[in-house]
Design a protein around this ligand. Structure first.
Ligand code: FAD
Length: 307
């Protein structure tokens, strides 16, 4: 019940100011966003890769309002990639980007986002790794898929995300399940209207399985973005049925959620990539994590009251 309310708040400037300034918030935020600067995050990357985990890095930020902020977002990723270069981890550490942070919603935003994201994709390729385009709300997706297609002309390994809760996604999955394409399937984290998206958990889960089957039976590289134990077991079964080897798909989970499961899957020989967000503009990312699990909200509110 609370999820939609929190998701609505995730887009409110007033709530952003209130929550970002709350004295205890940072301590709670750290569970999901383990650093604010590149210098904080590099040791975490080293520690996690040493444990056999792979990472996808998200410099938090979205819904920017000026072209300068979009350029700053590009530069933040370039700084990160510059720091990763010396670690020589190749595709063990890839980037996840939100095109809204690269200017997609501004005037001329489609071209602006493409122009800002391209150097990031180039820099990632130069250190032997890739970029995945996150999926945001449904109004942004045609532009995201068009940018994805454009980038893939020069960088075919560029990935994208599809969301099981959207009615359109089965068709998108069929189009994307082609040789060389990298596709992350998630349930979907935004507040979407009933005209475009399933609203009930069981409907979303059933759609997830249908779409996963399309990806597994296709020729691309499926990336299973979920913490749901049932879906993870089903993914293993579908991969087996499709004759995929362990390195022909991967699991992905968020930093701070089911950490034991990250290590268990990696120890079983699976590719396990942890989506690791860092930076100062954490509000939108943090609120979506609260919306996904009521217990997170209770923990957050308790920490504010006990202060
Ligand atoms: P759920 O049914 O929500 O959760 C299953 C179990 O996982 C829960 O019972 C709980 O034990 C645990 N869990 C799940 N979420 C939390 C949480 N926040 N805190 C604590 N425990 C939790 N969404 C997008 O719309 N676009 C994206 O680009 C995108 N990228 C993602 C990348 C990755 C790697 C992952 C894992 C998720 C991404 N998401 C994205 C979020 C996704 O859409 C879901 O909102 C989120 O993963 C929760 O769904 P679930 O599949 O884990 O299943």
């Amino acid at each position: 019940m609370l999820g939609p309310v929190i998701l609505a708040a995730s887009r409110s400037d007033r709530m952003r100011r209130l929550i970002s300034a709350a004295p205890v918030t940072k301590q709670v935020v750290d569970r999901f966003i383990p650093g604010e600067a590149v210098a904080d995050i590099v040791p975490i990357v080293e520690e996690m890769t040493a444990k056999g985990l792979e990472l996808t890095m998200d410099v938090v930020g979205e819904d920017i309002t000026t072209p300068e902020q979009a350029t700053a977002a590009r530069d933040a990723y370039l700084e990160l990639i510059g720091r990763l270069k010396g670690l020589e981890l190749g595709e063990k550490v890839e980037m996840s980007v939100k095109l809204s942070m690269f200017g997609q919603a501004l005037e001329g935003g489609h071209e602006l986002a493409l122009a800002n994201v391209r150097p990031v994709v180039e820099a990632a390729a130069a250190i032997g790794t890739t970029v995945t385009l996150d999926a945001e709300d449904h109004t942004t997706l045609d532009s995201m898929f068009a940018i994805h297609e454009e980038l893939r002309k020069d960088f075919p390994q560029t990935g994208c995300v599809i969301q099981a809760y959207l009615f359109r996604t089965e068709a998108d999955a069929r189009r994307l399940a082609a040789a060389g394409s990298r596709v992350r399937l998630v349930k979907g984290a935004y507040k979407e209207p009933a005209e475009v998206a399933y609203q009930q958990k069981h409907e979303i889960d059933k759609a997830y399985v249908r779409i996963l089957r399309i990806l597994m039976e296709g020729e691309g590289y499926p990336m299973i973005g979920s913490h749901d134990p049932r879906l993870i077991a089903i993914a293993q079964e579908l991969a087996h049925q499709a004759g995929r080897k362990l390195d022909e798909y991967e699991f992905q989970m968020l930093y701070g959620i089911r950490g034991d499961e990250h290590l268990r899957l990696a120890a079983e020989g699976h590719r396990m990539r942890v989506y690791t967000a860092y930076g100062t503009d954490w509000y939108g990312y943090f609120m979506r994590r609260l919306a996904e699990k009521p217990a997170n909200l209770r923990f957050f509110l308790r920490s504010m009251i006990s202060k």
